[in-house]
Design a protein around this ligand. Structure first.
Ligand code: CUA
Length: 185
């Protein structure tokens, strides 16, 4: 090994450090731009609305009372699905959604933290007691999709899942009250 002049040694260290700093900078920039790009073009972003709800009374009245759960089509055509994640099931156990139309999922939990995802879609959120989780999506896969709980919530966690029934436009017909439920197949 050749002995370097101390000044040369310093310079070499500085050069290596700058190279690493540049590499890390590139990685951070790439990650941030991917996040912004997918958020703007594919609607992939965290369910960030901060909406509070009292987990002790949500089943008694208001938006998440039993008669309000399930799929509703408003007079202006917007589709909203409301459901509850609780140990160890979803209420309702099956939700009906239209194919290729914007859908808003709203859910909350009365007991512990749960999580949902629907494979092949951007639906993926934590469900935290005290808060309403909200996801906007458009289902582009027809048929029955599986929606498991993906946050360990107790001994029955692995049994906790629901079905998403993606219906063609001619199947997805709201009743006089604007509600749609899963077809019995
Ligand atoms: Cu609910 Cu895991």
């Amino acid at each position: 090994m050749t002995e370097l002049h101390p000044e040369m040694h310093e310079r070499r260290i500085l050069g290596t450090e700058l190279l690493w700093a540049f590499g890390v900078g590139v990685l951070i920039a790439a990650t941030l731009s991917m996040i912004i790009f997918t958020a703007l073009t594919m609607g992939i972003n965290p369910p960030s609305n901060v909406e509070r709800i009292d987990p002790k009374t949500l089943h008694l009245s208001g938006e998440f009372a039993e008669h309000n759960l399930g799929t509703t089509v408003a007079p202006d055509g917007t589709v909203t699905v409301r459901f509850i994640a609780t140990q160890f099931m979803f209420v309702p156990r099956c939700i009906a959604v239209p194919y290729g139309r914007r859908v808003t999922l709203r859910l909350t939990a009365p007991d512990v933290i749960h999580g949902i995802l629907v494979t092949g879609t951007n639906v993926n959120t934590m469900v935290v007691p005290g808060y309403v989780a909200q996801v906007h999506t458009e289902f582009r896969r027809a048929g029955e999709l599986l929606m498991p709980c993906h946050e360990y919530c107790g001994l029955g966690h692995s049994e906790m899942w629901a079905t998403v029934q993606v219906m063609a436009e001619n199947e997805f017909r709201p009743g006089p009250d604007g509600r749609v439920s899963c077809a019995q197949r």
